[in-house]
Design a protein around this ligand. Structure first.
Ligand SMILES: Nc1ncnc2c1ncn2[C@@H]1O[C@H](COP(=O)(O)OP(=O)(O)OP(=O)(O)O)[C@@H](O)[C@H]1O
Length: 309
């Protein structure tokens, strides 16, 4: 389990983390979302014991990060943002070094090294200096180091940053697999990643938690959830026909392709009812389709204060 209680971090006059509290249980993947500078990395560094909080506490598997740093670090795998340090080392040398730091020995050490090298597909770059690797390979070396000692809790700062789409897919699969019996906290800027791997998402901005919900609860806050859209040759006529229809709260016309979005009031807008009404009023249309919620819109509204979280 990973717990944060009223964490604060002040850098001079800047309050980078302003009272963040949460609990992540085994089997959960909590995604930390937020604009640049929201305080995500700072919070993760405090949980990983790399940065002392100005106030508040963090615990990893019941061990207070400040009071029992060794026990807390043993229980945690941490992937910092950016490339792994020791860039002059090869992945083989670096992972061997981490294995020693973690106190792995003998057959267990060999088995764990083989397992992470295989899982992160590092065989082809094992002897090349880390500094000379592509961004994606550097990230994979960092992930291998984080999971090497098979910790029960993981804190991953933008784990798929710099990976190509296939590698992103691979790493998301790995995270889902790891999360089955572990606790995972990860940060991301990729909203589709939240739907793909997270069981819960926390939106932070200016050091505060603005929303803490499952991805589907967040999607349900989108005004596109339950909407329908269509293309009409005469969109003014289409709007006039649908205006005042029960269950319709408003419209938006896309500036690009001209698609007209019909937003619901309460329950989803019925595509059949919209089709029937347009037919009755003699309005030509095509491409009528139901819409689903959009996380990017929810994220923008919450982080820019356009809507109440
Ligand atoms: N060592 C430091 N000294 C001073 N200010 C810092 C330091 N580290 C971070 N900050 C500031 O604290 C705030 C939070 O930074 P942090 O890196 O935690 O944000 P983040 O949410 O991880 O952002 P990003 O998504 O860009 O990685 C930012 O305004 C940042 O400039």
């Amino acid at each position: 389990m990973i717990e944060a209680h009223a964490l604060h971090k002040r850098y001079g006059r800047l309050l980078a983390v302003d009272g963040i509290s949460f609990k992540v249980e085994p089997g959960e993947v909590l995604g930390f979302l937020g604009p640049n500078g929201a305080g995500k990395s700072t919070t993760m560094k405090m949980i990983a014991g790399f940065l002392a909080p100005s106030s508040g506490t963090a615990k990893v598997c019941g061990h207070d990060v400040q009071a029992e740093p060794m026990a807390a670090r043993r229980a945690l795998g941490y992937l910092p943002e950016g490339a792994p340090g020791y860039g002059e080392m090869s992945p083989k040398g670096f992972l061997g070094f981490i294995a020693d730091v973690r106190g792995l020995a003998g057959e267990h050490r060999r088995a764990r090294l083989d397992a992470v090298i295989g899982r992160l597909s590092l065989q082809s770059v094992l002897h090349q200096p880390i500094d000379t690797l592509s961004k994606g390979f550097k990230r994979r070396v960092g992930l291998a180091a984080a999971i090497l000692h098979d910790p029960p809790a993981l804190v991953l700062d933008e784990p798929t940053d710099g990976l190509d789409p296939n590698q992103k897919h691979e790493v998301r699969g790995l995270i889902r697999e790891l999360a089955r019996d572990r606790t995972v906290l990860l940060s991301t800027h990729i909203l589709e990643e939240v739907e793909a791997v997270c069981s819960r998402a926390m939106i932070v901005a200016r050091g505060k938690v603005l929303a803490d919900a499952t991805p589907s609860e967040l999607l349900a806050r989108s005004r596109y959830q339950g909407a329908v859209s269509l293309l009409a040759a005469d969109s003014i006529a289409a709007r006039a026909a649908l205006d005042g229809m029960p269950g319709v709260s408003g419209f938006h016309q896309d500036g690009g392709d001209g698609r007209l979005y019909v937003f619901p009031q309460g329950k989803p807008v019925s595509a059949e009812a919209v089709a029937e009404r347009l037919r009755q009023r003699g309005v030509d249309y095509r491409g009528l389709q139901p819409e689903r919620g959009r996380l990017d819109e929810v994220f923008r509204r919450i982080t820019t204060g356009e809507a109440q979280a």
